[in-house]
Design a binder for this molecule. Structure first.
Ligand SMILES: *Cc1c(COP(=O)(O)O)cnc(C)c1O
Length: 355
């Protein structure tokens, strides 16, 4: 469909397609990397308490209380933190404000598929750098006259992590451009680059509360970096939407950082389930890439990825399948609860013993 009312920009857009959000409750939903466990009870309490007559008023536009909590948590100053309506929004502002220089932006050929979408939206040229044969990032491949670098660490959909020393080498070899590190999954087993901010003014780290803190529905993400980079994000934000975070979201996010014990327990639980799932899938003959995230990227040497995806779907188990050249034999499987993982394995075992 197109319409003569559409602007030329809209006619050329190729939007991101999120994983399905089915309505049925009996679906085993392992397709969008959500946390299978509820958020901290203290978050729910804080969100409820924030839903009162103050909803009449605009929320604090800079969400300073939340920024102060994030800054303290990561050993930063408040002016080194930016918050937004999910990290997708933070990423969008970063692409527009910091990576938009008319020279190609570099990111891996297999990574978060929102990156090329932002490039098209803002008219940023980009070059996809192929992952190595074993689906890893080789930082030596990131060179040339470029406008910036974007790395998801751990990468999605592969789950593989880069050591912080590699991120530091990238920062040092490209001091003239921003290196954006998207750490959506960092809490499941990678090391954060936030500690490099003091030494590298070209580093922007983006994180989200959607995955490890089980708050995908609340929409809170943040960026950390040198104050000059944060100022650029503020300028874009205040030219777009002054109040990206509502009162319940600010209150819930603050409560999430206050409940460190719950966070640590839940993230360790998911890491343990991931390791058990890797072992079980390997036992069924799957080749599983090493994952530092809350999902696995796996293929079966004798079974077509698309066929397996559809067969699982037919049995009420939803995973993600990317029908592209280097990914179509893989399934991306979110680590679920123990019961969900058991159901996935049971269905896979049946499928693999049939015909
Ligand atoms: C999930 C995800 C995000 C976005 O999360 P929000 O819910 O918008 O905070 C960003 N980057 C990657 C790589 C993701 O997988």
């Amino acid at each position: 469909m197109t319409s003569s009312y559409w602007s030329p920009v809209v006619r050329d857009l190729a939007p991101y397609v999120p994983g399905e959000q089915p309505r049925g409750l009996d679906i085993v939903k392992l397709n969008t990397n959500e946390n299978p466990y509820p958020p901290s009870p203290r978050v729910l309490e804080a969100v409820r308490a924030a839903a009162d007559e103050r909803l009449r008023l605009y929320p604090p536009p800079e969400a300073d209380d939340l920024k102060a909590v994030i800054a303290a948590h990561h050993g930063l100053e408040i002016d080194q933190v930016f918050v937004g309506n999910g990290s997708d929004e933070v990423l969008a502002h970063a692409f527009f404000a910091l990576l938009n220089h008319g020279r190609p932006l570099l990111f891996p050929d297999l990574t978060y598929s929102f990156y090329p979408v932002y490039c098209r939206l803002y008219g940023i040229p980009w070059r996809e750098v192929p992952l190595t044969a074993d689906y890893a990032i080789d930082i030596a491949d990131y060179r040339g006259d470029i406008g910036g670098i974007v790395i998801a660490n751990p990468n999605a959909p592969t789950g593989r992590a880069l050591p912080v020393s590699d991120i530091e080498a990238l920062l040092a070899s490209h001091p003239g451009v921003v290196v954006l590190v998207d750490e959506a999954y960092v809490d499941f087993g990678a090391d954060s680059a936030i500690g490099l901010i003091a030494r590298h003014p070209n580093l922007l780290v983006v994180q989200t509360l959607s995955k490890s803190r089980a708050l995908a529905g609340l929409r809170v993400g943040f960026a950390a970096g040198h104050r000059e980079l944060i100022e650029a994000l503020d300028r874009v934000k205040n030219s777009f939407n002054s109040y990206p975070l509502d009162r319940p979201a600010i209150a819930g996010a603050i409560a999430a950082f206050a409940d460190e014990g719950y966070f640590q327990t839940q993230r360790r639980r998911i890491i343990a389930s991931r390791e058990a799932l890797v072992a079980a899938l390997s036992g069924l003959g799957f080749e599983v890439l090493p994952s530092a995230a809350n999902f696995l990227f796996a293929r079966h040497p004798q079974r077509d990825g698309g066929t397996l995806f559809q067969a699982l779907r037919g049995q009420g188990v939803l995973v993600r399948h990317f029908d592209r050249l280097r990914t179509h034999q893989f399934l991306r499987i979110t680590v679920g609860t123990e019961a969900q993982n058991a159901r996935l394995l049971e269905v896979l075992e049946t499928l693999l013993t049939e015909a």
